[in-house]
Design a protein around this ligand. Structure first.
Ligand SMILES: [Zn+2]
Length: 275
C-alpha cells in the first residue's frame, strides 16, 4: 500500500508535468472503484486547466482553474502514470484523461481500492471541514510537534505505535514508518502512549520527519523518468532497520529483532535499543 512518502513522490513527479495542462477528453472503463467513479463530474472538467497538485494525508488534490478539485486516493495498488496518447491500454487503466500535449494521465488500479472524487468549486475551500475533518495535522506542519503529541497522549493506555498510526493524531504515519521512526527514537512500540515523556515525543517527531524525508528523497531519485512510466519501481528499495527483519540482528546492537502484532499490524523492534 502506498504510504505518505510514496504519495508525495507521485505528487512531485506529476508536478513536473501536469500544471498548465488542459484536460481535453476523458475515458473510463465503467468499473467501480472503492467509490463509484463520478464520470459526469469528471467529464464536466473537460476544457479546464490543471493549476496545482497538493497532498493532504495520503490524498492527492488536483486543483483545476475553475476552482474544482479532484481528490485521488491510490488505495492499495493505485498508480497515476503519464503515457503518450494511444499507447497500449492496460486492462487496469480505469480512467484516462487526455491532455492538450499529446499525453494522457492514467489511473491504473489492479485491486480497485483507490478512489476519486470531484469537489465542486463552491466546496473546495471547505475540504478541512468535510473530507479531511477527521485528519490530524500533517507530519511536516508546525502544529505537529513534541508537545502536541505529548498533550494528545495524556491518559492514553494504547501502545504508542497504535497512537501515532491514528490518523486523527497525525496524518499519514503508516505501519512501515511507525516501526522505523520508533526504532530511530529508541521507543518501544508496545509502551503506553500516556507513559512517554515530552522529551521523547520531541525526539519521535524529529525521527518521523527524518524517515519520511529519507523515503521521499529515495523515491524522488527513481522518478526522474516519470513520463511513460508506471512510476512505482524502486519506491520500496529503502533500507529498513527493523521493518520485515524478524529475528535478524539489530543494526545497532545485534540483538535479534522481535516481532509482535499490535492492532493487527506487524510490529518489529529491538528489545535492547527500544524502551
Ligand atoms: Zn538494538
Amino acid at each position: 500500500m502506498p504510504e505518505l512518502p510514496e504519495v508525495e513522490v507521485v505528487r512531485r513527479g506529476l508536478l513536473n508535468h501536469l500544471p498548465g495542462r488542459t484536460l481535453t477528453n476523458l475515458s473510463t472503463d465503467g468499473k467501480k472503484m472503492r467509490l463509484p467513479v463520478p464520470v459526469k463530474a469528471l467529464k464536466s472538467l473537460t476544457g479546464s486547466r490543471i493549476i496545482d497538485i497538493r497532498r493532504r494525508a495520503k490524498y492527492l488534490l488536483i486543483e483545476m482553474d475553475n476552482g474544482a478539485v479532484m481528490v485521488v486516493h491510490l488505495g492499495m495498488t493505485g498508480i497515476l502514470g503519464l503515457f503518450p496518447e494511444g499507447a497500449d491500454i492496460d486492462p487496469h487503466d480505469h480512467i484516462r484523461w487526455i491532455l492538450d500535449n499529446g499525453y494522457e494521465l492514467r489511473f491504473n488500479d489492479v485491486r480497485r481500492f483507490g478512489s476519486i472524487r470531484v469537489v465542486e468549486p463552491d466546496q473546495a475551500q471547505a475540504l478541512e471541514q468535510t473530507i479531511f475533518k477527521a485528519n490530524g495535522p500533517e507530519p511536516f506542519s508546525e502544529t505537529f510537534d513534541g508537545s502536541y503529541l505529548y498533550k494528545k497522549a495524556r491518559k492514553k493506555q494504547q501502545p504508542v505505535k497504535n497512537f501515532i498510526m491514528d490518523g486523527r493524531v497525525v496524518a499519514g504515519v503508516g505501519n512501515i514508518y511507525a516501526n522505523e521512526s520508533l526504532f530511530s527514537a529508541g521507543i518501544s512500540p508496545v509502551r503506553k502512549a500516556g507513559a512517554i515523556s515530552e522529551k521523547r515525543y520531541i525526539l519521535l517527531v524529529e525521527k518521523i520527519r527524518e524517515v519520511f524525508t529519507t523515503a521521499i528523497e529515495c523515491g524522488g531519485s527513481t522518478i526522474s523518468d516519470f513520463l511513460d512510466a508506471s512510476g512505482t519501481k524502486g519506491y520500496f528499495q529503502i533500507h529498513f532497520n527493523v521493518y520485515g527483519r524478524r529475528d535478524l540482528p539489530c543494526p545497532i546492537c545485534r540483538t535479534p529483532i522481535r516481532h509482535v502484532k499490535l492492532g493487527g499490524r506487524a510490529s518489529f523492534f529491538c528489545p535492547a535499543c527500544q524502551r
